[in-house]
Write a protein that binds this ligand. Structure first.
Ligand SMILES: Cc1cc2nc3c(=O)[nH]c(=O)nc-3n(C[C@H](O)[C@H](O)[C@H](O)COP(=O)(O)O)c2cc1C
Length: 324
């Protein structure tokens, strides 16, 4: 389970900083691996409304968003947005990051691509404000909801606190620890209860990525479907992403992890592991159900070869999991 926090406050050791740290610690106590993005510290500029994302599905602005933003959002099972209220909305720092996620909006709504992880990804909001008005969090909540929708995450809820002004004001609240523990438990427990299946293939993990995407699309979040390469890949194979986009499945930016990395992020062994195209080189795993799919990969990779592989894998997934 990977939980990504976006710390939108520019204030170090401020209220959102504390809230997010406590929330992520609670997630870690349930076995999650966590990471925090500080938009303030990233070299990420605002959206310039070039609209390239709506036509081509990519952002032409060359900064740190691609490597330190998009791929982490795509990897996340849970995205936690933490921002204080600044003029009845999120901070400018958080908003820059959110606006640049218009790229995901373009892929989803203009190019009609479906993120296979969108069936299970969750979004959660943490916010504070100095005043006490009834409508204090309306702007922040609306922005968070539409941000989560763009990144294909379901809005799972929020913890918001009024009358919080000076750094650290949030900490003495007696209700805080219990509310955070409850929210993290409520968010993660259903995910941890799911049956899990892990696909593993060779470097770049193209075969396992494709199989996992077809299965995720079929089970619609009812199972935890994971994918790994024998080694960590540096980037998504563009040809693989392209042939999967022809099936309306969006795998761009979803960089595959290594087998060791995926297993380290799980609190228990996967229920089933399927090695694809690794006939003689499968490692020994302690998991109960390990099997292999003998899919022959072409010597010379080409788009046409990828399409054939994709169709073969799609058929195999449909056949093997027809009862799901
Ligand atoms: C530029 C700016 C705008 C703010 N706007 C609001 C506001 O509209 N409503 C409100 O209740 N508090 C407002 N605040 C107060 C902050 O929300 C509050 O101090 C909060 O605790 C800061 O959180 P942090 O410590 O995580 O940065 C504003 C503060 C700043 C600096």
């Amino acid at each position: 389970m990977f939980v990504l926090g976006i710390q939108g406050s520019p204030r170090k050791n401020g209220n959102c900083d504390h809230l997010l740290t406590l929330f992520l610690k609670a997630c870690e106590s349930h076995g999650a691996i966590t990471r925090v993005i500080h938009p303030e510290k990233l070299d990420v500029g605002p959206c310039r409304e070039l609209l390239v994302c709506e036509k081509k599905g990519v952002c032409p602005i060359r900064d740190e968003m691609e490597k330190k933003g998009y791929s982490l959002v795509k990897k996340a099972d849970v995205v936690v947005l933490a921002s204080p209220v600044f003029f009845y909305n999120v901070t400018a720092q958080a908003k820059v990051f959110i606006d640049r996620c218009q790229m995901f909006w373009g892929r989803k709504y203009k190019l009609r691509l479906k993120d296979p992880d969108g069936y299970s990804r969750q979004g959660f909001l943490l916010s504070v404000g100095a005043s006490g008005g009834k409508r204090l969090f309306e702007g922040v909540e609306l922005t968070a909801k539409y941000f989560f929708d763009a990144i294909s995450a379901d809005y799972a809820g929020s913890l918001t606190y009024r009358n919080v002004e000076d750094a650290g004001d949030i900490l003495p609240r007696p209700e805080l620890a219990e509310q955070i523990q409850d929210a993290a438990k409520h968010l993660l427990t259903p995910m941890l209860m799911k049956k899990s299946i892990l696909f593993v293939s060779n470097k770049d993990a193209c075969l396992s990525q494709m199989a996992a995407a077809f299965l995720k699309d079929a089970v619609k979040g009812r199972m935890l479907v994971l994918t790994a390469g024998m080694d960590a890949a540096k980037a998504v194979d563009p040809d693989m992403a392209r042939v999967m986009a022809e099936k309306n499945l969006d795998l761009k930016y979803r960089v595959p992890q290594s087998l060791d990395g995926v297993l380290a992020g799980m609190d228990k062994d996967p229920h089933r592991v399927i090695f694809i195209g690794l006939k003689d080189t499968t490692p020994d795993l302690s998991c109960a159900n390990v099997e292999t799919w003998d899919i022959v990969t072409p010597q010379i990779p080409s788009l046409e070869a990828f399409r054939t592989l994709r169709d073969e894998i799609e058929l195999r997934v449909k056949t093997e999991f027809s009862r799901l």
